[in-house]
Write a protein that binds this ligand. Sequence first.
Ligand code: 1BN
Ligand code: ZN
Length: 314
Amino acid sequence: MDGASGNAQAAGGKGGRMRQTLLVAALAIAAAGSGVAAQNLPQFDGAKALAYTREYVDTTGPRWIGSPGHAKAEAFLKEQFRHDQLEEDTFTTNTPAGPMTMHNFIVKFPGKKDGIIVLASHYETNYPLRNIHYVGANDGGSTTGLLIEMANDLRGRTQDGYSVWLLFTDGEEAIKSWSNTDSVYGSRHLAEKWQADGTLRRIQAFILADMLGDRDLDIQRDLNSTPWLEDLIDQAATQYGWQSYFFQTRTYDEDDHIPFVRRGVPCADLIDLNYGYDNAYWHTAQDTLDKLSAKSLTIAGDTILETIHLLNQR
Ligand code: 1BN
Ligand code: ZN
């Protein structure tokens, strides 16, 4: 047995005191040097999320439903998650342009607690913009990259808390003109399906992300979302000092979360609908990769990861 740890006299002696002093010094250096990490907050890699966004947008280009780009987007997602629990949800629905076949993708990371946290983003681009080389780098692109990188934080272990499901929705955008029946096709289909098969009542939180790559990040508080969940997100953001990027103004969002809101699922829509001066880049050919920043994706990703942590503690 080691004498220093094996008897009280030796432990209180010169060698033991030296070891204690070194241990205390090492702990002090670790705490002082690590800043935010000392609080044990998750750290999301926004630079990698942006790299995925770039690869996705460059590979797929315009990806309106029925286009070659959309088929490439489907293949891209299948390739990213080929070793994961990936489910494809294919359905055909009527639209103002006739029947269309759409595809949602769900990637499941099982947890120890009974319940599911859904992180969602749409991945397609607008059918009405099919003739202007619209690539949706921010709108649909940036949060697809964010969710792909999120998988790197979840993969390889059972989650300590709730299962986390990444949901890539199709048909979020209107085919002709936004209305209750011409929008959010994928999430309307899935909310109905998950209600029928009992999944819906297991969902603890549905967090929707869109347009979060904007360099000038400014996420509005959505008054159609669930207040306590948005408060939790605000709390998570505040722990990093990111609170000024969240909820400085208010909106009523009609988006992929609405079919879930209507069915009583706690939802939050995280979207920055202030993209360029007076939202000038939104739904235009100017929604390109140069408008995005890694820092914005870090802010969004950090906050979502910490929100998952807070949800697991509730
Ligand atoms: C989001 C991105 N949306 C379409 N492209 C839907 C939406 C419109 C969400 C207005 C909130 C407000
Ligand atoms: Zn859009």
